[in-house]
Design a binder for this molecule. Structure first.
Ligand code: IMP
Ligand code: MG
Length: 223
């Protein structure tokens, strides 16, 4: 059965469970199709960075930010939707007072490669003029999104403007963007989990995973 079929079957089983359906079919489906995690029904997922390693690295990045920005406040601007989980964990690991904003961007559609066009779908709700700002990204790939956003935010005259990303795929870079805080440098693989999606699926996986079997799993946490 394909991944899409299994996902949809598991969802159907889950919705039966939610509505209290007690038919044999629903119970049988639940037993066979509602695993405790994605991994049991999606055999193409391979863990690249486990959740406990992410937690440790996020704490290290938070400590670095604390050293750079005390006493604060600092604006953390998350790029929707992929950065929301990283931002939530980073903000709570920091001791420096943080204000949280989000910006919505569309450039990827449902594919695995960028369309190259960036559009702001949700702008900031506040002025960042005179404030320390960190743009929080899930992954820097071509650099097109960040280059666009950094230019946009620089025009708004923040006191400082930096970038934190959980993941960096330097091999794929098309634009020379400077990233100040990098969680992990990863090889050129399409990854999902911990906020990152493929066609809106997989965002709530606690680990960062690659989709596919024969994958390069070398990960580098910059010091
Ligand atoms: P860039 O503009 O090419 O740097 O793309 C950055 C955005 O593309 C990220 O914020 C992600 O939303 C998306 N993206 C890039 N690579 C991946 C990936 O491997 N998995 C999931 N999303 C990705
Ligand atoms: Mg993103």
């Amino acid at each position: 059965m394909s991944r899409a079929c299994l996902l949809s079957a598991a969802r159907t089983a889950a919705s039966h469970a939610g509505s209290g359906c007690s038919s044999f079919f629903a119970r049988a489906s639940l037993k066979t199709l509602l695993p405790v995690s994605y991994y049991s029904y999606d055999m193409s997922l391979r863990v690249l960075i486990p959740a406990d390693q992410i937690r440790v690295r996020v704490q290290e990045l938070a400590a670095q930010i604390d050293r750079d920005f005390t006493p604060g406040p600092v604006y953390l601007i998350g790029i929707l939707k992929g950065a929301c989980i990283f931002l939530a964990d980073l903000a709570r690991a920091m001791k420096t007072p943080a204000r949280i904003e989000f910006v919505g961007i569309s450039s990827y559609g449902r594919g695995k490669t960028s369309s190259g066009e960036v559009q702001v779908t949700k702008d900031l709700d506040v002025s960042i003029e005179g404030f320390d700002v960190i743009v929080v990204e899930d992954i820097v790939d071509s650099g097109i999104t960040l280059e666009y956003l950094l230019k946009l935010f620089a025009q708004r005259r923040p006191k400082s403007l930096r970038v934190a990303t959980l993941l960096d795929k330097p091999e794929r870079r098309q634009r020379p963007v400077h990233v100040d805080y990098v969680g992990f440098r990863i090889p050129d693989e399409f990854v999902v989990g911990y906020g990152l999606d493929y066609a809106e699926d997989y965002r709530n996986l606690p680990d960062v995973c690659v989709l596919g079997r024969d994958v390069d799993t070398s990960v580098d946490a910059p010091s």
